[in-house]
Ligand binder design. Structure first.
Ligand code: GSH
Length: 254
């Protein structure tokens, strides 16, 4: 299993191979999933923590994190592009089933987790709702919530639907996992990585779990867990623990 080396922007730009730009403030599921994909594929990665740096923006041309660079190829900024690259750079069959129908079903399930209107997207709406309904006392501080809300489709009347969607996805994942250790049976693949990393906002993240998370952002993340934590099936929490303890980096390093 390869580890991730955090470097400065100039070093990343001057290097070849895989370079990733990830959140340095929160255990954002999209960023954490990318770290997990390359780790499980045993592909060495240089990582840059995202910031408001103008040079970083001119490199990534991205609206959010993560961004992934490979050699001289254009940057990848969407989970499906990034997953395809990670699949290509590792051993065949390492992250996705080889069988086309099974692969399509697995990628479809990952879309329900990481895609627009998926599990992560709707968790973010709940965190934003906590901010707006408490005038910033809970959830993100108001300036952060006001920045994120129009970017990610927040509206108060979408919250009931967001909760229902989260519960639906959780139940579908539990059903798909069944009594197996991993979704594809005996070894972890992409769906295991996405499921484990996207459940992080639905767990209470302690100092020990993610030491670099600031108290303010820790409490912002806690609002999704408070709202829906009890709806997370125990089997998925046990699966998440197994994934982080055996296959992903633990504690979570930002
Ligand atoms: N385009 C990404 C979605 C990534 C995403 O939603 N990123 C959020 C994660 S919290 C982000 O960077 N938010 C901060 C911002 O928009 O500035 C993908 O498909 O993987």
């Amino acid at each position: 299993m390869s580890s991730i080396e955090f470097v400065d922007l100039a070093t990343a730009r001057a290097s070849r191979g895989v370079r990733i730009v990830v959140s340095g403030f929160v255990p954002s599921p999209w960023s954490e999933a990318v770290k997990g994909l390359f780790r499980v594929q045993d592909v060495p990665v240089l990582a840059v923590r995202a910031s408001r740096d103008a040079e970083l923006a001119s490199w990534t041309h991205a609206q959010n994190v993560p961004s992934v660079f490979h050699d001289d190829e254009p940057p990848r900024t969407v989970w499906s592009q990034i997953l395809a690259l990670a699949v290509r750079l590792g051993a065949p069959g390492g992250l996705l089933p080889v069988d086309l129908e099974q692969r399509a079903a697995t990628v479809g399930m990952i879309h329900e987790i990481a895609g627009e209107d998926g599990l992560g997207w709707n968790q973010r709406l709940l965190m934003l709702d906590a901010s707006f309904t408490t005038d910033g006392a809970r959830g993100f501080a108001l300036p952060i919530a006001q920045y994120l809300a129009p970017k990610y489709g927040y509206a108060a009347d979408r919250i009931a639907g967001a909760r229902a969607r989260i519960v639906d996805v959780l139940l579908a994942l539990r059903k798909k996992l069944g009594s197996s250790e991993y979704f594809d049976g005996t070894r972890p693949g992409a769906l295991d990585i996405y499921c484990a990393t996207f459940l992080t906002p639905l767990t209470i993240i302690t100092d020990t779990d993610c030491p670099a998370l600031s108290p303010a952002l820790r409490q912002a993340f806690a609002t999704a867990a408070e709202a829906l934590g009890p709806d997370v099936p125990a089997e998925l929490l046990a699966h998440r623990k197994r994934m982080f303890e055996s296959h992903l980096a633990w504690p979570i390093q930002l």
